[in-house]
Design a protein around this ligand. Structure first.
Ligand SMILES: [Zn+2]
Length: 457
């Protein structure tokens, strides 16, 4: 076994070295080949590392970066995987790069973002101390199938990690249901009623009916999507009282939010250095995770104020006279959150929507008809113009037109270089809304022109 581990690590390292020289496949291939040689390699490498894992549909990367910031501020000896390396192969690559050739870890802690579909393979070997499940939304159907299938996957994965403390989103009826059948210790986080102006009923819901008995949920309030104070009138399944509760969102600005977070009854004022309500959820989940890893909640709270996410998550660029922000969208719920955020922008702006339909985006772009682009109409003259781009720019063009934006304000520009050049002269703030693969290309075009943090992949 020991010899096998040694050769697997050696192989992984060698492949990694070669792939970095060739500048391709740096995160996936080393782990994949090493696992072929030693299928249990990850469990050997992860045994003495205290890991926190983050899974769920939306907000994994942001949550992971928030936790990472807290670990960094605490001076912990840790490593983390990047969003592109969240399958077992990528996770294994990270571990083998942070171990000695005999398989002893060089770091004490790990922050591991894990794809929902890969969780069953990863958790069995990783044995995380703490697992955050952010939420469950319907993703592109051709990627993971039904949302309940994803839920079953995560449940199975957690059955193999019974020692893990779970930080669950109390406002998500799907995520919440994990606690019904698992024996793990569970702590809850959420946004309480009255913390934000809320709706009485979900507008876009991926979970209208009770997961236990199929009766229609009743809601005391809704924050977004199907998140909020759900209750089943037939079987009584309902939202749990969060241990980490956002009791007030004092201010929501373009550059962040000020919130009041109650940690087991003790109130803290928290500056979240990222705008939009979905990041308030990510912040609460991150505080829960750091605290459950055994650190004071204050260490996570301080980190949130200085935190920068980057890589398409509200990332800022010096593009145009008033700057640009990039906001990755990958499903209707996430898209609606970005559209809702735009409602809070009180000055004129330009919107760029880039729609691709490659593997990581989802092949089927019909989801754009589920998202509430209609809200753009309510912006009136604040919305200067919409530029559509990406492989499926034409589909996006039609969608924007049907949302009630007149043709004169819609432009199509498929060439990212030309798009970036045009935006350089823009007087008003620019918001860029790309799908995943569109983000990778657009971001490169922007950075080539105006600079920005290079992502190492
Ligand atoms: Zn029920």
């Amino acid at each position: 076994m020991k010899l096998k581990v040694f050769f697997a690590i050696l192989l992984g390292r060698a492949v990694r070295l070669v792939s970095r020289i060739l500048r391709r496949g740096g995160t996936d291939m080393p782990g994949r080949l090493a696992l072929k040689l030693c299928p249990e390699l990850l469990s050997v490498l992860a045994r003495d590392v205290k890991s926190v894992a983050i899974t769920g549909t939306n907000g994994k990367t942001t949550s992971a970066r928030m936790i990472e910031q807290a670990f960094s501020d605490l001076g912990l000896n840790y490593f983390a995987n990047r969003s592109g390396a969240n399958l077992i192969s990528g996770v294994t690559t990270e571990f083998l790069m942070n171990a000695t050739l005999t398989g002893r870890p060089k770091k004490d802690y790990a922050v591991i973002e894990c794809d929902e579909a890969a969780a069953t393979k990863v958790f069995r070997q990783l044995k995380p101390r703490v697992v955050v499940v952010t939420n469950l939304f319907r993703d592109q159907l051709d990627r993971y199938g039904e949302v309940t299938h994803t839920l079953a996957n995560i449940r199975r994965a957690l059955q193999d990690a019974p020692e893990a403390t779970l930080c669950l989103n109390a406002d998500c009826s799907l995520t919440s249901s994990l606690a019904l059948e698992l024996k793990n210790r569970v702590v809850w986080y959420g946004v309480n009623e009255g913390a934000v102006p809320s709706r009485a009923k979900p507008v876009l819901s991926d979970a209208t009916h009770c997961i236990r008995c199929q009766a229609e949920y009743e809601y005391s309030y809704v924050t977004y999507g199907h998140l909020g104070g759900f209750r089943c009138p037939r079987c009584g399944y309902s939202r749990r009282t969060p241990d980490y509760a956002v009791t007030d969102v004092v201010a929501q600005r373009l550059d962040g939010s000020e919130i009041v977070l109650s940690v087991r009854g003790e109130k803290h004022t928290v500056d979240v250095n990222l705008p939009a309500l979905y990041n308030v959820y990510n912040a609460a989940g991150a505080v829960a995770a750091v605290t459950e890893m055994g650190f004071a909640p204050e260490s996570a709270i301080r980190a949130l104020a200085s935190f920068h996410c980057g890589f398409g998550r509200m990332e800022e660029f010096r593009l145009g006279k008033a700057g640009a922000r990039m906001m990755l969208v990958k499903n209707p719920a996430g898209c609606d959150q970005v559209l809702e955020f735009l409602q809070e922008v009180h000055e004129p702006f330009t919107l760029v929507v880039c729609l691709n339909d490659r593997g990581a985006d989802g092949r089927d772009v019909s989801w754009i008809w589920d998202a509430s682009f209609e809200s753009l109409g309510a912006l009136g003259s604040r919305l200067r113009r919409v530029i559509v781009s990406g492989d499926r720019a034409a589909d996006m063009h039609v969608r924007i037109k049907y949302a009630g934006i007149e043709e004169a304000r819609i432009e199509e520009q498929r060439d990212y270089e030309a798009l970036v050049r045009e935006l350089e002269g823009e007087e008003v703030p620019v918001f860029l809304m790309p799908t995943y693969t569109a983000m990778l290309e657009l971001r490169q075009a922007v950075i080539r022109r105006v600079g920005g943090a290079e992502f190492w992949e």
